[in-house]
Design a protein around this ligand. Structure first.
Ligand code: IVH
Length: 663
């Protein structure tokens, strides 16, 4: 029976591959179903025979309650963008200059507009699948990814690395998308705005059965971590993907030099509508892996690849009204309310007008026919008014003098930028601040999005951040939109968000100009909230990227007595801030396996600096001498550690040799 099970699994996988990857079915649906049924029956009678890579295991297990996180073995990078041919020409010139070569060979690929995914195969078996997340840590969506028939549960052949992360895009095929939305509409449910949202929504399901019922597909385009070297050309690596049974875009091609690359771009833009998935541009990658390694990467994106985006789509519509919105910081922004128009796969009803200076410069009036555009995720904007369609009925709007949310007199900050000075007393600013506080990169309180915040503020239940921690189950139940489960879930999420990190909390406070990156840098430098609260301007300015304005904003925030009282209340209500783990940017592994101890005083370096530098080259640093220690770095006035080290035969290194070592 074992061999029949093996045969059935092989046949089913082969048919899945032929149907979903090669788009070339070999058997009828009925014949396929018969094989599947036979395998299911054998496995049901002999559960001991079930293996994780069995095709019956694509949908298995109960719905999960939340997503776990997974650390990528290698960071998932994103791509730098080129918006014009000139941008690409400049990119190509930089590469040629960098590599000192006359012409570059590129792998040209469609840029799929879906959800990035990393598939981890161990010994050829799919072990995990994770979304991109912040590039370092993503969400575990293994249970859902397994339901995609184009994802091999086991790689074909045996010529693959033992441990490999495959990178690709999960997408909702175009023709299926329209059909699917029709079904949602006829069921009285809300349709998805575009195929990318449909892919993301379908993948982020707690119950794999829901994902299994969606026709998601996969396209692979890169390698993350690999335990073994692969081919020398990126295009050959993609060919190995095909050998391993992984789906790869049939539109990939090689182009040598700029004009050949531009031919590919023009050709693909012409065919764009006939391609079965949404694409928002072309990706060009240096084809030689050795050259890719030579040019390297910057923080979040490789220097060896670039995405050439298709131009933003534009449409005409009418301005029904111009309203004013007050944001979290009090800034008043004019917004055009538009007659709904389809743009880039989504319906657009509002477009930002940025500020009054822009409204006047573009001379946009209520009733005007306007050109609107959006590029990818970018908020839709009004490009221009169509003057030829203007009549006397269209009218200009005046700058508001009072806040549309709280009626306070607005102040003009600069250049037609208006601000409401009421701070958290203004309901709009309060709502914005609370939304920001609860958002994912800040305190990450699930279930506290804009509509919930709005209800809670309007009901008078939230007047400041600390009120979040005073919400009560019984009172929530009385509100519209809350049921037992949603109220309990919200309180649960509030509770678990109390354990947080310093950078999240700093970002959540919404101090002017303190974004995620600055919050991380501050957290790494000060390591505790207390230390940061006491820091003076000079100390703050000594941190990389903190200039005088930012330093003043931070210092002002922590002098304000109301802010201090609010932080104290939050802490009294259970906030626990863990110390940040210092992230080390690795430079090399030349000191791997060596364990250092540092002793004595150093004039040019702090101990922490030396520790960090050693770790950046793969060394471990210990606090005291033990049998594991291999080296001791000695400054002036060393203590007893020098003696202990000498006794144990530990290598002794002075400052000069240390400098030599890290050079
Ligand atoms: S390569 C190291 N190739 O575009 C480079 N990405 O902003 C890793 N994407 O996050 C990406 N099609 O989700 C690559 N043929 C393609 C792609 C592609 C779509 C996505 C991917 C990435 C984003 C870049």
């Amino acid at each position: 029976m074992n061999s029949r099970v093996d045969d059935l699994r092989r046949l089913i996988s082969q048919h899945d591959h032929a149907y979903y990857v090669l788009d070339d079915p070999k058997v009828s649906d009925a014949a396929y179903d018969a094989l599947f049924k036979e395998l299911l029956e054998i496995e049901e009678e002999n559960p001991g025979l079930i293996t994780p890579d069995s095709p019956t295991q694509r949908v298995c297990g109960k719905a999960i309650t939340s997503f776990k996180t997974i650390e990528h073995k290698k960071q998932m990078l994103s791509l730098q963008n080129a918006f014009t041919e000139q941008d690409f020409i400049a990119f190509d010139a930089r590469i040629r200059e960098n590599l000192q070569i006359d012409v570059v060979e590129y792998s040209c690929e469609p840029k799929l507009d879906g959800v990035a995914i990393s598939l981890h195969y161990k010994n050829g078996i799919l072990s995990h699948a994770a979304t991109r997340g912040d590039g370092l840590v993503g969400e575990d969506v293994t249970h859902n990814i397994k339901t995609l028939k184009s994802v091999p549960l086991k790689l074909l052949g045996n010529n693959y690395p033992k441990d490999i992360e495959i990178r690709g895009e999960v997408y909702f095929p175009k023709h299926q998308f329209n059909k699917f939305n029709k079904v949602l509409l006829s069921d009285g449910r809300k349709p998805f705005a575009n195929a990318r949202n449909a892919a993301a929504g379908s993948l982020r399901q707690l119950d794999a059965k829901v994902t299994a019922a969606r026709p998601l597909a996969l396209c692979c385009y890169a390698v993350g971590y690999s335990s073994a070297d692969l081919a020398e050309l990126h295009s050959d690596i993609l060919d190995s993907f095909i050998d391993w049974g992984l789906p790869v875009s049939r539109y990939n091609s090689i182009a040598i030099g700029v004009s050949s690359v531009m031919d590919y771009y023009n050709n693909m833009s012409r065919q764009r509508d006939t391609i079965p998935y949404e694409i928002d541009g072309i990706v060009y990658k240096i084809n030689s892996i050795a050259m890719q390694n030579e040019v390297g990467s910057i923080a979040r994106s490789p220097r060896w690849a670039i995405a050439h985006k298709f131009p933003a789509k534009q449409e005409h519509t009418t301005v029904a009204a111009i309203d004013f919105q007050v944001g979290r910081t009090g800034q008043v922004t004019p917004v055009a309310r538009l007659d709904p128009v389809m743009l880039g796969g989504a319906i657009v009803r509002n477009a930002t007008l940025h500020n009054m200076a822009e409204v006047w410069r573009k001379d946009i009036r209520v009733g005007d026919t306007v050109l609107v555009r959006r590029a990818g995720d970018v908020i839709p904007e009004v490009v221009s008014s169509v003057i030829t369609k203007r009549t006397d009925l269209m009218h200009k709007v005046a700058s508001p003098s009072i806040c549309p949310s709280c009626d306070r007199r607005l102040v003009e900050v600069s250049d037609e930028t208006l601000r409401c000075p009421a701070g958290l007393c203004c309901p709009s600013q309060l709502k914005g601040a609370l939304e920001h506080y609860a958002s994912k990169p800040a305190m990450h309180i699930e279930g506290m999005g804009p509509s919930t915040v709005s209800i809670l503020v309007d009901e008078g239940m939230l007047n400041c951040f600390s009120d979040i921690y005073k919400l009560e189950y019984e009172k929530l139940l009385k509100l519209e939109g809350f049921a037992e489960l949603s109220a309990a879930k919200l309180l649960d999420s509030i509770n678990s968000s109390k354990k947080t990190t310093l950078d999240r909390f700093l970002y959540a406070l919404g101090i002017a100009e303190v974004g995620k990156v600055t919050a991380k840098e501050l957290a790494q430098s000060f390591t505790s909230l207390g230390a940061l609260m006491l820091a003076d301007i000079a100390e703050l300015e000594s941190i990389a990227n903190v200039g005088p304005i930012l330093a003043r904003n931070i210092a002002d925030f922590f002098i304000d007595l109301d802010n201090l009282a609010e932080i104290k209340s939050i802490q009294d209500l259970g906030l626990v801030i863990s110390r940040p783990i210092l992230k080390i940017d690795m430079i090399s592994q030349i000191l791997e396996g060596r364990v250092f101890v540092i002793t004595g005083k150093f004039e040019d370096y702090s101990r922490d600096e030396i520790k960090m530098q050693l770790q950046q080259h793969g060394a471990k640093v210990a606090g005291s001498i033990s049998s594991k220690v291999t080296d001791l770095i000695v400054g002036s006035n060393p203590g007893s550690k020098l003696e202990q080290a000498a006794k144990r035969g530990v290598r002794i290194i002075d400052l000069e040799s240390y400098e030599e070592l890290i050079k």
